[in-house]
Design a protein around this ligand. Structure first.
Ligand code: DC
Length: 224
């Protein structure tokens, strides 16, 4: 089995890049952020405070997150039997996911599922701790990043294109806040694995990033 791990901060373009590459090379794309988002949605709906470690840990045994793929191969996230894929992209869920994903019981509840997926299929998995923690033996590890300004601008442009009113400054503030939470947490913090290839996409187009990652994959595959 081959596995490609793509980690990096919020808004670096991981999912766009990962989805396109997975399609091109026929791998299953696993968006682990969506799993953390589904858990965050569960706690938001229950009215649990994301800072309340005990309450979040106590709720974990009642949560079952699984993945499914629709007829076009797009990942669907199932929370206790309900497809919640359409409800997990709001700023509230983003912020809650950043908080609850720092809680050990939440991470433990997803780890085995993520490893099982990689054990049974060729996967391209993106997240924060895939190369450092989930798949330490991944065939290729990429750390995809871009400056906070560029990431905020991309998110802003996306929202404007979708007709969603928003403020660039607010988005930039939220991105910096999430970076801080994701990199400073005690368990599985966001960091570049020692053997990961750093790709800074600040001045690259999507196609250039895709080509760079595929080139790296061909190179490491050739070495095996
Ligand atoms: O990639 P995303 O924005 O959908 O992720 C949402 C949150 O989930 C992010 O702030 C941190 C957390 N996350 C994580 O801790 N580990 C992962 N492998 C993926 C996401």
């Amino acid at each position: 089995m081959y596995s490609i791990a793509i980690d990096g901060p919020a808004g670096a373009g991981k999912s766009t890049i990962a989805r396109a590459i997975a399609k091109r090379i026929g791998f299953i794309y696993v968006d682990t952020g969506a799993m953390y988002r589904a858990i965050a949605l569960y706690f938001l709906r229950k009215g649990v405070d994301g800072h309340d470690r005990e309450a979040v840990a106590a709720g974990c045994p009642d949560i079952r997150v699984t993945l499914d793929y629709d007829s076009e191969g797009k990942q669907q996230v199932i929370l206790n039997g309900e497809n919640v894929s359409g409800s997990i992209r709001t700023p509230e869920v983003s912020n809650m996911a950043s908080l609850t994903s720092a809680i050990p019981e939440v991470r433990a509840s997803l780890l085995q599922l993520q490893r099982d997926l990689a054990a049974t299929s060729n996967v391209l998995m993106d997240g924060r701790d895939i190369g450092t923690h989930v798949l330490p033996q991944a065939t290729l590890k990429i750390f995809l990043t871009a400056s906070a300004d560029v990431r905020a601008k991309r998110r802003y442009d996306e929202l404007v294109a979708a007709g969603t009113p928003c403020s660039y400054e607010q988005i930039r503030k939220e991105i910096i806040q999430r970076d801080k939470q994701d990199t400073e947490r005690e368990i599985a913090p966001l960091r570049q694995a020692e053997d990961a290839v750093l790709v800074d996409s600040s001045d690259m187009t999507i196609d250039q990033v895709i080509e760079a990652v595929i080139r790296e994959f061909d190179r490491v595959k050739g070495q095996q």
